[in-house]
Design a protein around this ligand. Structure first.
Ligand code: SF4
Length: 205
């Protein structure tokens, strides 16, 4: 049934993987909530069923071509670390065939999995983009509406631990949201030894 779903999509020189549409945040700026849309560029990333690993692998294409992509990015309208087992399996498959792997994450992977998943990610992930989103908990809660208490502290801890396991780590925040101090967010990222990226509203990825 999920054969026709958009499990893989290309943007620029990278190939993106749509592993899940679930997450524990309800970000006000997410098109999923602000526009009731699962659309990225021309792709509809709705996932009425949970895709199996083999279905995703089939859409990834010929593994002999993996090295030709800039990166394979786990992204979409959900949090990839909520499906840790398939995430690791697919990431290993890509790495084993010469591809580069990046995960765009909300930084709550340790909290939801109730353990430090970074050593596992370190074995098959080249880069992490972590949504910091705010310079303090109240602004974070205002914009991201986390379902789990202590989410902001968990994101900060994840950002701090990540460079011990993954070489290329970037924290990000969306510019233009009420109360979000981009400079302060950048300072937090730098203090934790990671890069910072200012994101533009309404652009997922
Ligand atoms: S922006 Fe990401 S983390 Fe936030 S609600 Fe959308 S998919 Fe979830």
């Amino acid at each position: 049934m999920s054969q026709a779903l958009q499990l893989v999509y290309d943007i620029g020189e990278s190939r993106y993987i749509n592993l899940t549409d679930r997450c524990t945040l309800s970000c006000q700026f997410c098109p999923k909530f602000s526009q009731d849309s699962h659309q990225v560029h021309e792709y509809d990333l709705s996932l009425p069923v949970r895709p199996e690993v083999e279905e995703i692998k089939a859409q990834l294409g010929d593994p002999r071509d993996f090295a030709n992509f800039k990166q394979f990015v786990f992204c979409g309208f959900g949090e990839p670390t909520l499906r840790l087992k398939p995430l690791l399996e697919i990431a290993h498959y890509i790495k084993d065939n010469g591809g580069q792997v990046r995960i765009n994450t909300d930084g709550l992977g340790n909290k939801v999995n109730k353990r430090n998943i970074l050593p596992d990610l370190g074995e098959c992930v080249d880069a992490l983009s972590i949504s910091l989103n705010a310079q303090n908990e109240s602004i974070y809660d205002q914009h991201c509406k986390p379902a789990l208490k202590g989410s902001y502290a968990a994101v900060l801890e994840f950002i701090e631990l990540a460079p011990q396991h993954i070489k290329d780590v970037t924290a990000s925040a969306v510019d233009g949201l009420e109360g979000v101090d981009i400079v302060a967010c950048e300072h937090i990222a730098k203090a934790k030894g990671v890069k910072f990226r200012r994101r533009v509203l309404d652009i997922v990825g």
